[in-house]
Design a protein around this ligand. Structure first.
Ligand SMILES: Cc1cc2nc3c(=O)[nH]c(=O)nc-3n(C[C@H](O)[C@H](O)[C@H](O)COP(=O)(O)OP(=O)(O)OC[C@H]3O[C@@H](n4cnc5c(N)ncnc54)[C@H](O)[C@@H]3O)c2cc1C
Length: 342
């Protein structure tokens, strides 16, 4: 049986960055990924400003640098143009390959095309029937994490994200947000600009609006906006925001396996990267929560409060949406929103 100091399950943003950080230590590390390609994930591909300092993302993986935004409610709209990039959009496979390449010439062993099928105390079994022993185990295996299930932590808080990837040759590249409670309840609709295409989607917590209902409403909204989806690719996936911590003895959770995504926006890449770094630091001896991790928890908590306010506002929600867009035409309010959401 092969033995490793650390075994990481899942090579998404969280698992890959955790492996990269641990590659700079003396620990032996095995990263196991069920797919043969890296980063093939349903996602709108947006990384907001606060995540841009984690790597210097090379130009060839960036599809668009967003400086122009538009926010809409049924009765109003607000436009903004910022001197700095507030978000970049990228292709998730390119992000996966970029992060994977950072492990080249390191001692991290990478096993792709291999699914972890069973977790045991101090060892795990893969789809090829091999057993690997670990001192520390990291579950970075996303929403349906087998490691989280082993820890008996069910996912109770989740969103469903649905989107179409629409080809648009002459795209006016701006990030658009739609607050419209008739279609998206307490959540929102989005248009993220990519190269010659856009991701048009929405999300909601299925406890308040079923996926079937959301899809119906989304289709009605697409029709009302004259967005042609006849040749577009449909994608959907759940998103966990049920955070219960990262450390469980010698087992750790990172990224969406830990429920690190935002319950309001569904944003999760930035949170996955920070929690992956945090887990690597815990394994190498850090005792206290880092300032960056505290910031992420605070950020997610504020977004949850806004989400709850929007849910409990009931019929007043539509009024709140109009008020927000009205205030977005005030420079100071706009700056505050841009700073806290990007
Ligand atoms: C429609 C939609 C749009 C979104 N848009 C955005 C966005 O614009 N910006 C943003 O920040 N977030 C967005 N998200 C959320 C974001 O995609 C996730 O939060 C993020 O990918 C989580 O990263 P992760 O590394 O934790 O997990 P993942 O990216 O899910 O990676 C987990 C990895 O583990 C592997 N794995 C799973 N099980 C096993 C197993 N048993 N054995 C081995 N390997 C396994 C998987 O193959 C996968 O590669 C969106 C989500 C959806 C659904």
């Amino acid at each position: 049986m092969e033995k490793y100091d650390v075994i990481i399950v899942g090579a998404g943003p969280a698992g890959l960055i955790c492996a990269e950080k641990l590659s700079r230590t003396d620990l032996s590390v095995l990263l196991i990924e069920k797919d043969t390609v890296f980063g093939d994930k349903v996602c709108a591909g947006g990384i907001t400003r606060k995540g841009l300092g984690i790597f210097s993302f090379p130009d060839n993986i960036i599809e668009h640098r967003v400086c122009k935004t538009a926010m809409h409610s049924p009765g109003r709209f607000s436009h903004a143009e910022t001197p700095d990039t507030i978000m970049i959009t990228m292709d998730r496979k390119k992000l996966g390959n970029f992060q994977r390449a950072r492990l080249d010439n390191t001692d991290v062993a990478v096993l792709s095309g291999t699914r972890v099928t069973e977790i045991r105390k101090n060892s795990l079994i893969t789809s090829s029937g091999e057993e690997y022993r670990y001192k520390y185990l990291v579950g970075a295996d996303g929403y349906a994490s087998i490691v989280r299930r082993y820890l008996k932590l069910p996912v109770k808080k989740k969103l469903i994200g649905i989107q179409y990837i629409v080809a648009v040759p002459d795209l006016d590249p701006k990030l658009e947000i739609f607050l419209d409670s008739r279609h998206f309840y307490a959540w929102y609709g989005w248009i993220f600009p990519h190269k010659d295409k856009m991701a048009v989607g929405c999300c909601c917590d299925t406890r308040y609006l079923s996926s079937k209902k959301l899809k119906e409403k989304f289709h009605r909204w697409l029709e009302s906006k004259n967005i042609d989806i006849s040749d577009a690719e449909y994608q959907s996936a759940p998103i966990s925001y049920d955070y219960r911590g990262l450390r469980f003895g010698n087992i750790f959770l990172a990224g969406e396996a830990a429920g690190m995504a935002s319950g309001l926006t569904g944003e999760g890449i930035y949170q996955s990267l920070i929690s992956g770094i945090e887990v690597a630091a815990y394994i190498t001896g850090q005792k206290e929560e880092s300032e960056e991790m505290k910031r992420v928890i605070r950020y997610n908590r504020i977004q949850l409060r806004i989400m709850k306010l929007m849910i409990y506002a009931g019929p007043l929600r539509a009024v709140l949406h109009e008020l927000i867009i009205m205030l977005m035409n005030n420079r100071r309010f706009k700056e505050k929103v841009n700073n806290s959401f990007s």
